[in-house]
Design a protein around this ligand. Structure first.
Ligand code: EAX
Length: 325
């Protein structure tokens, strides 16, 4: 009897021990280094979720340890990675509608960005991601993208002519830079070495990225073109997410929405300092490039094949209207 009791106690202890340890690990992938925009959001998400639930542990795989953003998206589709904070650009290979966010010169301000992305059309876009196996949770922020290069100051669009510009692995971005007269080269991130070695002349990214990656060391000229607004889309594997208890789905979504809000504020609060830092690091900055010339060069982009799919055309119309265009 005593033995039997001892056995029971052991069994109970083991079961209890397992129970206590049975946290679900969420693997979250992103391509950037600690301190970058995506990472600020990821770390906030981890902090919020782990503080509010004992059932989850978030493991952040950063610095492209899982590969490029395209590769991380594939891993999320396969559920070898459950979540990601991924720049909008590469999504358009998976779901063409996503390229409406990066429609050139769509948004005039961050206020407008928030209105549109947090409003019904932004939410519709998140929902459409379900068609390709992603649960769209929130939009965090990359920011307005600007051009850097090492060949010459860019003031007007003709200055872009012939520049070899690295673009994201995105159908839209390649087409956009072709229209602007550049020689666009799609590549995953990071690209410091390629810039350093001169295999490409330039790239385009928001100020936070140019600053965090010290691109001032390998790029002389910065033009504040703000040609597209760039979000990150914070996603999960749809099937995995839908298999979780309803209250956990709500919690995860809520934590990501709060993390994204926090991270957007971080980006906006720091942009002026990033710009100052880049100037002090020696970049030559054109703060008022001839944007009218840029706009007119891409005025017909809507007519291109890339915006002609019925779903994409319809969503673009909604985005344009929501942004007052
Ligand atoms: O978020 O690939 C890109 O240009 C992205 O903007 C980069 O990963 C930083």
């Amino acid at each position: 009897m005593r033995r039997f009791l001892a056995l029971l106690i052991i069994l109970w202890a083991v079961a209890w021990g397992n129970g206590a340890a049975a946290k679900t690990t969420i693997r979250l992938g992103l391509v950037t280094i600690p301190g970058s925009a995506q990472n600020i959001c990821a770390e906030k998400f981890k902090e919020l979720l782990e503080a509010r639930s004992d059932d989850y542990e978030v493991k952040i795989h950063h610095s492209a340890s899982l590969g490029s953003e395209t590769e991380i998206l594939q891993q999320i589709q396969m559920n070898t990675v459950q979540m990601g904070i991924i720049t909008d650009g590469p999504f358009d290979v998976f779901l063409p509608e996503v390229r409406v966010i990066n429609y050139p010169f769509l948004f005039g301000s961050y206020r407008q960005v928030d209105e549109v992305l947090d409003g019904p059309v932004g939410q519709e876009l998140l929902q459409r991601l379900e068609k390709v196996g992603f649960k769209g949770l929130a939009f965090s922020e990359n920011g307005f993208r600007h051009l850097t290069n090492n060949k010459r100051p860019v003031h007007t669009v003709d200055d872009v002519s012939g520049l070899k510009i690295r673009v994201m692995e995105s159908v839209l971005h390649k087409e956009l830079w072709r229209m602007l007269g550049a020689n666009p080269t799609p590549m995953g991130w990071p690209i410091y070495t390629e810039l350093q070695q001169g295999t490409i002349d330039g790239q385009e990214n928001p100020l936070s990225v140019i600053w965090t990656y010290k691109l001032s060391e390998v790029q002389k000229y910065l033009a504040l073109t703000g040609h597209v607004y760039s979000a990150h889309i914070d996603v999960a594997n749809l099937q995995w997410f839908e298999g979780l208890p309803g209250k956990d789905q709500d919690l995860i979504r809520q934590c990501m929405i709060e993390a994204a809000r926090y991270q957007r504020a971080w980006n906006r609060d720091n942009e002026a300092a990033f710009l100052d830092g880049l100037k002090q690091a020696g970049m030559q900055v054109d703060e008022q490039p001839d944007l009218a010339a840029f706009r007119s060069k891409v005025a017909n982009i809507r007519q291109l094949e890339i915006y002609q799919g019925p779903a994409t055309r319809q969503l673009l119309q909604k985005f344009l209207e929501a942004a007052g265009q």
